[in-house]
Design a protein around this ligand. Structure first.
Ligand code: MG
Length: 257
């Protein structure tokens, strides 16, 4: 009987202990002071912003500033590209193929400015077509979408054949336009053909939100269903597409995330 009483007492004290602990772990708001929820360390890293929003902040990697193409870019085979610099702009030369960054990137913030030809030629996908690829696989469409109907998830600012832009924020052909892109690279599980976390993209076109943290089903494909083409991959180049139109680029910078 004495033993039973002792056991009961031990259990009761243990219960009180747990209750006391829970009280410490969960203080009520009326017993708190503002300082208890302030986090000071580590201090947030300082970055010097550009003068204009389109200027690179101090920690950006400059991918093209109007001069030297060959420092950061090469063609598909790793050779000097045939794309040209004209008046500080990097211009696609039909038939010369894509250009890609020598460096590889995963998650990033990318600023890029582009211009479709002022002389309007062709229609639908044939007018001012190029593209910005992330990790070499995921295209953000560049197209002259000013008074130029095409399939909605193929127009400027679309994540090609996967997500149409929220709005068409296109400027007239021949005017400079910008994309500000926030990209979260995918995470793969043990299965090398399935995303644990798919790639996610946010895009501003000329300062207007057009893709709001959308997830991709797989790499961009012209024919077929994107998810059939998923394969485990790491960081990759930024690619600019040669789609046969003399689309120009300038002021390209990137911040690794
Ligand atoms: Mg394209």
């Amino acid at each position: 009987m004495k033993k039973l009483f002792s056991l009961f007492l031990t259990l009761a004290l243990a219960q009180l202990g747990v209750a006391a602990q829970q009280q410490v772990q969960k203080p009520t708001n009326d017993k708190m002071v503002p300082e208890m929820t302030e986090v000071w360390e580590p201090e947030v890293r300082i970055v010097q912003p550009g003068v204009r929003d389109s200027d690179p902040p101090s920690d950006a990697i400059i991918l093209f500033d109007g001069s030297n193409i060959n420092r950061e870019w090469e063609d598909a085979g790793g050779n000097t590209t045939k794309w040209l610099i004209q008046n500080g702009a990097l211009v696609c030369v039909k038939g010369s193929g894509i250009i890609k960054t020598k460096r590889k990137f995963g998650s990033c913030q990318l600023h890029i400015e582009w211009r479709s030809p002022s002389e309007v030629q062709g229609e639908s996908q044939g007018r001012g077509n190029s593209g910005v690829y992330l990790q070499e696989l995921y295209e953000i469409q560049v197209l002259d979408s000013y008074n130029n109907r095409t399939y909605r998830h193929g127009q400027a600012g679309s994540l090609y054949k996967q997500h149409a832009p929220l709005v068409n924020a296109s400027k007239k052909p021949g005017e400079w336009q910008s994309y500000d892109i926030v990209y979260t690279a995918p995470i793969f599980g043990s299965d090398s053909a399935t995303y644990l976390m798919p790639p996610r993209i946010t895009v501003f076109h000329n300062g207007t939100l057009i893709q709001n943290n959308v997830s991709l089903r797989g790499p961009t494909v012209y024919v077929g269903i994107p998810e059939y083409f998923v394969k485990k991959h790491g960081a990759g180049s930024i690619i600019l597409q040669d789609h046969g139109n003399p689309v120009a680029y300038r002021n390209i910078w990137i911040r690794e995330l």
